[in-house]
Design a binder for this molecule. Structure first.
Ligand code: SAM
Length: 314
């Protein structure tokens, strides 16, 4: 077959016309392929084969999750990095607000992110905070409900003795972290309520339920049906364990269990480790580092504060 010619009967010149266009095109393709191969090798790409398990469709995702579970990994790996930009912005604002609280702004930020996260993912259930003190983090959780549950379909359960910590027990002692003291963090229910009311949260009366008393008395019979965000802030072994025993089974799949004192109270950490082991919970425990350690010179030993995990199956 004749190749196209110009008016003078010659082939159109391509890059000086030293090669015919068919041969040139093949040569160019070969050079391009070689260059791509070199680039891939230089970038450390492990294989040129198409990945087979990166969720192309539901079946692929399910198969990948099964393989991960078989390898001991958990599919419960939602992270606040997945929040949309608008929710990131909202969580930063919520963490900066001047609520009255003992809780460090980094943990307030994480609380806001996790609260927004379960609501945006549509995880079923109410919010619960065990250990509300002056109300700071409950206010953030209520603000998340105000913003992301405008239909007022979910409640926020605020549990506290309003008499401070109960006496620490043997499990609270002997570690390197805090032990707690009886009556520490005593604040009246009326102070908690007055603080919360200052924020004029829409539908507050419909959303807020207070469980006043010791956790082992109030939580087991509380009429809570399901929980999307369980925020534990009771400091001690028994306070943490009582809350987990009473409420863990009500946390929905994909819901979040957050423990404020995992990095700061000996008994709290023991309770969480024991409970997770006893219940065979293998989903990764996420630890929140303290970024102020970045600026210490020399750097302090690795330190973290809160811990949280996503309840499976996800
Ligand atoms: C560290 S404070 C909570 C801080 C709070 N989340 C904030 O935003 O500032 C601990 C609270 O847990 C409560 N608490 C601890 N153990 C308890 C228990 N077993 N029963 C009831 N309340 C308890 C204390 O009364 C106290 O108000």
């Amino acid at each position: 077959m004749l190749s196209p010619t110009n008016a003078g009967g010659q082939r159109p010149a391509v890059f000086g016309g030293a090669l015919g266009s068919g041969a040139l095109s093949i040569a160019l393709q070969a050079v391009t392929a070689a260059m791509v191969l070199m680039l891939l090798l230089a970038s450390g790409a492990p294989s040129l084969q198409r990945p087979t398990s990166i969720g192309r469709d539901t079946a692929d995702v399910a198969a990948a999750r099964q393989r991960a579970a078989g390898a001991g990994a958990s599919p419960c790996t939602w992270t606040p990095y997945l929040l949309p930009p608008e929710a990131h912005q909202w969580a930063l604002g919520a963490a900066r607000e001047k609520v009255v609280t003992l809780v460090h702004p980094m943990r307030r930020h994480l609380t806001a992110q996790l609260a927004a996260g379960v609501l945006l993912q549509g995880i079923d259930g109410d919010f619960v905070e065990t250990g509300v003190f002056t109300g700071g983090t409950s206010i953030i959780m209520l603000q998340a409900l105000e913003k992301y549950d405008p239909w007022q379909t979910r409640r926020h359960w605020a549990a506290d003795s309003f008499q401070g910590l109960p006496p620490p027990e043997d499990e609270d002692r002997g570690g390197i972290l805090a032990e707690g003291k009886p009556g520490q963090f005593t604040i009246g229910r009326e102070v908690f309520l007055a603080n919360v009311r200052k924020w004029n949260i829409t539908g507050l009366d419909a959303r807020l339920r207070i469980l006043e008393g010791w956790f082992n008395e109030t939580l087991p019979g509380a009429p809570i049906h399901s929980i999307s965000f369980l925020r534990l802030d009771g400091d001690l072994y028994a306070s943490t364990m009582d809350a987990l025993e009473a409420l863990y089974d009500k946390v929905s799949p994909g819901g979040i269990v957050y423990v404020d004192d995992y990095g700061s109270f000996t008994g709290c950490r023991r309770a969480v480790d024991e409970f997770r082991q006893r219940r065979g919970i293998t989903g990764p425990l996420m630890l929140q580092g303290m970024p102020d350690q970045l600026f210490n010179e020399p750097p302090a030993a690795a330190k973290w504060e809160a811990a949280w995990w996503v309840k499976g199956p996800c």
